[in-house]
Design a protein around this ligand. Structure first.
Ligand code: MTE
Ligand code: MO
Length: 495
């Protein structure tokens, strides 16, 4: 077996470099939105083991996780400036590309027998690798393995990155998807929980960054021209050309990142439309059918459930709250046979009550576990009877973000839309109780949505009206929800 540098391997190296650098930068953007890491699923304030922010939150007044968000520079995050929606789009488009390229690569490795360049023939490679490290540390270059393109430590490092680190990042990434967690809670527990998965994913990021630095350093130590010649031409015969091309390629990569970042910041709606077409299609296909089957125990309930969003700041809302929402009315209308109005009492006395103890996943990355009681949304759907053309459900809230939430990046009435069939998911309810008591104001009193296969921002709080619609493009900014319109999140968010 001749372990050369076949053309597909060289192309793969380049493709990998592009996706990986985008994954790293967009990953930093996602981290910035909640720059704290935990070993517990409550994400209790103060319990983080790492924080990447200097912000200190007030102890005496209500703050939410939007206040804690950081804005990183575009140099380290993609696109930078706390654009989580854009960061997510880039992360997911890159991960789709990266996984596809990775599958092709691994298949080719095995189909051609080239995998032995990374998979050692014998255990001897371990002591040998140790010797290599000592050799490097004494500023000498170790010999390659007999008949192999690499020395032992190179073989082991590359093998570990391809067969351990990359799958590890995919697995810990998947463990952060609310849809996967909702359907297969055991899978997330396998990783020690959702916040463990998030922390481990961060270690994976560090490992990749560490690998890239050492890898680059080694290319230089072994001879930049000679090494880049192998990965560009497949042999070490053209060090001069290779040096030029490699430096040019690095420059092109930097230019690509700058161009993509600038375009993203200047045209977020276009970026969302282009990347979203692929990302949302893929995600809907894989995750949409998953149904939540969570059931946490009472003892797992978080003592302090985190909060996102600020309550309606109007006299009318406050007076209603002071009267325990006796005057509250939920209107349900739009494309239905029978528009209806419900008081809170109507909803509470409905015979089909449902309670679920579930993990809440905010798009920002934090989680909390809570118990929610309410009426299954499908009950309401069955009562009002949507017309055949109704395809989505729109939740309109009493919150005006410009008025109520200065930390939100936008204005106007908060609303969200979901696909009609989500109403039939088993853990989709309109909740009026939380943790055994009435729903607190900060968590959406008197009524909020709970749809456990999606991330938190879909679960509108302080709902005042539910509308069945054929199309969401003529509502608000037209992207399917307030967060979509203002911070360009995806509309279907199973991840
Ligand atoms: N009306 C309204 N609903 C909202 C929000 C908001 O800002 N306004 N934030 C959403 C987000 S991003 C999350 S994570 C959850 C948070 O729910 P909690 O505060 O009960 O934890 O509410 C969602 N519903
Ligand atoms: Mo959120």
């Amino acid at each position: 077996m001749e372990f050369g540098y076949p053309w597909w391997l060289r192309i793969e190296h380049l493709v990998n470099l592009i996706f990986l650098t985008f994954l790293i930068r967009s990953g930093m953007e996602i981290l910035a939105t909640h720059p704290k890491l935990y070993w517990n699923d409550n994400s209790k304030p103060g319990s983080e083991w790492a924080r990447f922010t200097r912000k200190v939150m007030p102890k005496d007044k209500l703050y939410d996780t939007l206040d804690e968000e950081e804005s990183y520079s575009s140099i380290i995050s993609m696109p930078g400036h706390s654009e989580l929606g854009m960061g997510r789009h880039w992360h997911f488009i890159s991960v789709i590309g990266w996984i596809l390229a990775g599958i092709i690569y691994v298949v080719l490795l095995f189909a051609t027998g080239q995998y032995h360049r990374y998979v050692p023939y014998s255990w001897e490679v371990f002591p040998e690798a140790w010797k290599n490290i000592i050799t490097y540390l004494s500023f000498e270059l170790p010999a390659t393995l007999p008949g192999q393109p690499f020395n032992a430590i190179q073989q082991l490092s590359y093998g570990a990155v391809i067969f351990i680190l990359a799958p590890f990042q995919i697995a810990t990434g998947a463990a952060q998807s609310p849809a996967i967690e909702a359907r297969f809670p055991w899978y997330v527990k396998l990783w020690g929980g959702r916040q463990w998965a998030r922390s481990l994913h961060f270690f994976g990021l560090l490992a990749f960054i560490g690998f890239i630095i050492i890898h680059l350093l080694m290319v230089i130590v072994h001879g930049f021209g000679q090494e880049t010649s192998k990965i560009i031409f497949g042999n070490q015969e053209h060090p001069g050309y290779a040096t030029g091309i490699a430096l040019g390629a690095i420059l092109a990569l930097v230019v690509l990142h700058i161009a993509a970042t600038k375009y993203t910041l200047a045209y977020p709606r276009n970026t969302r439309r282009i990347l979203g077409a692929v990302v949302e299609g893929t995600r809907k296909l894989i995750l949409h059918p998953l149904k939540s089957r969570q059931d946490y125990s009472e003892s797992e309930i978080s003592s302090e459930h985190r909060v996102n969003g600020k309550p309606p700041d109007t006299d009318w809302y406050k007076i209603m709250a002071a009267h325990n929402f006796a005057d509250y009315k939920l209107e349900v209308g739009g494309l239905v046979e029978r528009p209806m109005t419900f008081t809170l009492e109507d909803l509470r006395t409905f015979p089909t009550r449902q309670t679920q103890r579930v993990m809440h996943n905010c798009v920002q990355g934090w989680t909390s576990i809570g118990e929610w009681t309410g009426i299954p949304l499908r009950q309401i759907v069955e009562l009002v009877k949507p017309l055949p053309e109704a395809r989505h459900i729109c939740f309109l809230t009493m919150q005006d973000t410009g008025r109520d939430d200065p930390s939100a990046d936008g204005e106007g009435q908060f609303y969200e839309t979901i696909d009609l069939d989500y109403a039939y998911h088993p853990q989709c309810i309109l909740a009026y109780d939380m943790n055994g008591g009435p729903l607190p104001i900060k968590h959406g009193a008197p009524l909020r949505l709970r749809l456990e296969t999606q991330v938190g921002f879909k679960m509108a709080k302080w709902i005042e009206r539910i509308e069945f619609v054929a199309d969401f493009r003529d509502i608000g900014g037209g992207l399917g929800g307030w967060r979509e319109d203002n911070v360009y999140y995806d509309r279907d968010v199973g991840i």
